[in-house]
Design a protein around this ligand. Sequence first.
Ligand code: HEM
Length: 128
Amino acid sequence: MSTFYEEVGGEAFFNDFVSQFYARVATDPILRPMYPEKDMQGAALRLKMFLAQYWGGPSTYSEERGHPRLRMRHAGFKIDIAARDAWLACAMGALDGMQMPDTNRAQLREYLEMAAHGMINSSENHSL
Ligand code: HEM
């Protein structure tokens, strides 16, 4: 049985995806101010390690950062519907640029949408 990580091409895939994602974050007016100005490389590395681990790759994320506890780690950022949508727009834009089998693409899209929704921790500026 191959893992999702292997099916999409391993580390190179996650490096590409995350670098396309952060290129979009860097120009997004809602997201850019939330991310560390001087450590976008570090932020990119953390997301890459997490996603690679989640999809069956090496467990470097947990070795370096401990248990993911993503909702807790995001508690300091105000994530409302608008921030979620901005984050997802960056993620979906990055995904569109990736070469990968359709089934993996659908799986990753569904996961990112679900995970981003689960990160909402503020109902201010509720736009729905
Ligand atoms: C919904 C909107 C989201 C916003 C606005 C957001 C924002 C942020 C920000 C500002 C950081 C700090 C950057 C840093 O590491 O220095 C961060 C970290 C992180 N985010 Fe998000 N995030 C969102 C959703 C997600 C989702 C859906 C995932 C996973 C699928 C995710 C995974 C991570 C990871 C792994 C880190 C690094 C945690 C650590 O080890 O410290 N984020 N996020």
